[in-house]
Design a protein around this ligand. Structure first.
Ligand code: DAH
Length: 342
């Protein structure tokens, strides 16, 4: 007579290749006159002190039998489906794994960085919470000067001290940090998020992204700036692009300018995107004011340089034809999915 251990060994090594075999295995162990019924009936003949252990072993065998049955039943059912041309076709490619796409702001930022790193610019970073020195004073904004109102600042109330701390209103603050810690020549790009206390609309938000650029060396001139920005504009908007510089004012540059590019959509003929002017304003720029160089420990008699700053959202809106700035921060996947990874 087979022992319990023999049954266990048999069940563990059991293999079925047809449904009939599975069925006879089931009957052999689980039917009313099957092995397990016999083993349970045997219980009464077992010495009372061994009954518990015996019961556990028979139960364990039953669980093994049931596991074998379920696994062979499902394998054979799947094989039958394949044979019948049914829903399981193991030769089909696996269901595609959905992959994400990059955010349009990231795409444009990376493009700007790649255009400038090709001509020797590095990338620098700075904090989003800034002190007054880096955001304003070092950049030649005199205290109580109305220019500070040009940028509606979110000030942070400090319990302890009098030092004024704010969310940076522009990435120009990173210029100061780079100049304070690096010896010229400096050629660096400073991308990042900035904050302004503006009413949220299709055209303005309380936070957005900028890329700042800074080039400081001996003998850098306005002509170098024009050529660099023309190169950037043609890489970004196409080889036919023209640029135009309009005189402007920023406390940290002298002279200062606003740069326009020819409208990529109408090629300068005039359309509703460029408001029928043929031109689109894309950045502020200028020669770094000698006061700023001095504030940052750079000798203005020896070095000169230019700086520029542009809004990433603005360029993304122009490149992708996005009409509402809010779409960039609402995280609607239907919007975000449209931007293929580059
Ligand atoms: N910081 C300016 C702004 O947020 C942009 C800017 C203008 C940056 C001229 C510059 C610059 O570096 O030279 O509006």
């Amino acid at each position: 007579m087979s022992t319990l251990q023999d049954h266990l060994t048999e069940v563990e090594g059991y293999i079925a290749t047809t449904k009939e075999e599975v069925e006879s295995f089931r009957l052999k162990y689980l039917s009313k006159k099957g092995i397990l019924a016999d083993l349970f009936a045997e219980m009464k003949n077992i010495a009372p002190d061994q009954r518990k252990e015996y019961g556990q072993q028979v139960n364990e065998l039953k669980v093994k039998v049931e596991e074998k049955l379920t696994s062979f039943q499902s394998i054979l059912e799947a094989a039958e489906d394949v044979a019948a041309g049914g829903p399981v076709d193991l030769t089909l490619p696996a269901a595609p794994m959905p992959i994400g796409s990059r955010h349009p702001i990231t795409l444009i930022r990376n493009r700007i960085i790649s255009i400038f790193t090709r001509i020797g610019f590095t990338v620098s970073d700075g904090p989003e919470i800034e002190d007054d020195w880096h955001n304003f004073t070092a950049l030649n904004f005199p205290e109580n000067h109305p220019a500070r109102d040009m940028q509606d600042t979110f000030f942070i109330e400090m319990k302890s001290g009098s030092q004024s701390v704010a969310l940076r209103t522009h990435t120009s603050s990173v210029q100061v940090r780079v100049m304070e810690t690096t010896k010229p020549p400096i050629r660096s790009l400073m991308p990042g998020r900035v904050f302004r206390n503006e009413a949220i609309s299709a055209r303005a938000h309380c936070f957005f992204h900028q890329v700042e650029g800074l080039y400081i060396d001996e003998g850098v001139t306005f002509a170098d700036m024009k050529q660099t920005l023309l190169y950037f504009s043609r890489e970004m908007f196409g080889a036919e692009t023209q640029i135009r510089l309009r005189p402007s004012y920023f406390p940290f540059t002298e002279p200062s300018a606003e740069m326009d590019v020819t409208c990529e959509i109408c090629k300068g003929k005039g359309c509703n995107v460029c408001k029928y002017t043929g031109w689109l304003e894309i950045m502020g720029c200028g020669m770094v004011d000698p006061n700023v160089l001095r504030n940052c420990g750079i000798d203005p008699d020896k070095y000169s340089g230019f700086a520029f700053g542009m809004g990433i959202e603005r360029i993304a809106m122009l490149k992708y034809g996005v009409k509402d700035l809010r779409l960039f921060s609402e995280n609607d996947v239907r919007f975000l999915r449209q931007f293929a990874a580059e």
